[in-house]
Design a protein around this ligand. Structure first.
Ligand SMILES: Nc1ncnc2c1ncn2[C@@H]1O[C@H](COP(=O)(O)OP(=O)(O)OP(=O)(O)O)[C@@H](O)[C@H]1O
Ligand SMILES: [Mg+2]
Length: 262
């Protein structure tokens, strides 16, 4: 018996297929783009194909993420919020997890779980690009560096620049001025990671940090942001092997639980 979770995020669509022992059978990450309904369907088909499974092999499918409503009409049996799915996925991978920080492409969220994994407090920023993956994408573009290299690059900084603008658009102007002053790109990148960590740190403090802390979402792949955030919240952060699929994994596990009515 197989189950699937489909997380249609604002920037990336993630699919996880699990078996009845909650073992990950296959996963996939695709760009979401503008055709939200199609991307959910196409991604699920592609993931099924890669694992040699057919649609009929899936007993239950849960959709989550920003495009979850559209997925309901064609691929999913039910929809569940991202908060619940990220919590479920993080708890599965790290049983002692009590705080989850999810930084995605367009928003950032933090939640505190009780010992059973139930979300007892949460907060989110979905009003502004500051403190999200989009902030880093825009600034990577301004600096002419690859997003995937930002993290490693910043670890070599000895003098991180203080970025004072919270707003993405103003931060871009600030970075252009800093470049004109001759500041080192590495130090600017480290400063940007600190800026995002300050912003997300404020969010996390609203709900209180309870260890173990786990970070999910695509931005967790940036080691510079993780390090800056650890300093900001004064706690070690655990990172899953593939942090971007944790919401889809949680959705898959919830699909299994709903099927067996656990
Ligand atoms: N290797 C990487 N290094 C740094 N950042 C990355 C990497 N891979 C992906 N990202 C960033 O992760 C973000 C996408 O993450 P994710 O898939 O969790 O977002 P999403 O679920 O689409 O967004 P949201 O939850 O806000 O709707 C993008 O901003 C992207 O820039
Ligand atoms: Mg997301």
């Amino acid at each position: 018996m197989f189950f699937a979770g489909v997380d249609i995020g604002s920037l990336a669509t993630k699919v996880c297929i699990i078996d009845e022992d909650e073992k990950l059978v296959a996963y996939l990450i695709e760009k979401t783009g503008a055709r939200i309904k199609e991307i959910g369907e196409k991604s699920l088909e592609k993931c099924l194909k890669s694992s040699g499974l057919r649609r009929e092999d899936l007993r239950y499918v849960i959709a989550t993420g920003y495009g979850r409503n559209l997925a309901l009409s064609n691929i999913a049996d039910e929809k569940v919020t991202e908060i619940t799915c990220h919590a479920k996925g993080a708890k599965k991978l790290f049983p002692d997890c009590h705080t989850v920080i999810d930084i995605g492409g367009q928003d950032s969220k933090a939640m505190v779980l009780d010992d059973s994994g139930k979300v007892i407090r949460f907060t989110m920023n979905d009003k502004c690009a500051a403190g999200t993956g989009k902030f880093l994408e825009v600034l990577a573009n301004t600096l002419g560096i690859e997003l995937e290299k930002m993290g490693e690059l910043s670890l070599n900084s000895k003098n991180p620049v203080n970025i004072t603008s919270t707003c993405t658009v103003f931060a871009e102007s600030e970075v252009i001025s800093l470049l004109a002053e001759g500041k080192d790109v590495i130090d600017i990148v480290a400063g940007l990671h600190r800026a995002i960590a300050r912003r997300v740190g404020g969010l996390v403090r609203q709900i209180g940090v309870v260890e173990d802390v786990v970070m999910t979402g695509g931005v967790a792949k940036n080691v510079g942001v993780v390090k800056a955030l650890e300093e900001e919240i004064n706690a070690r952060i655990k990172i899953p092997e593939e942090p971007q699929i944790v919401g889809a994994l949680g959705a898959g596990i919830i699909a299994k639980e709903k099927f067996f009515q656990i």
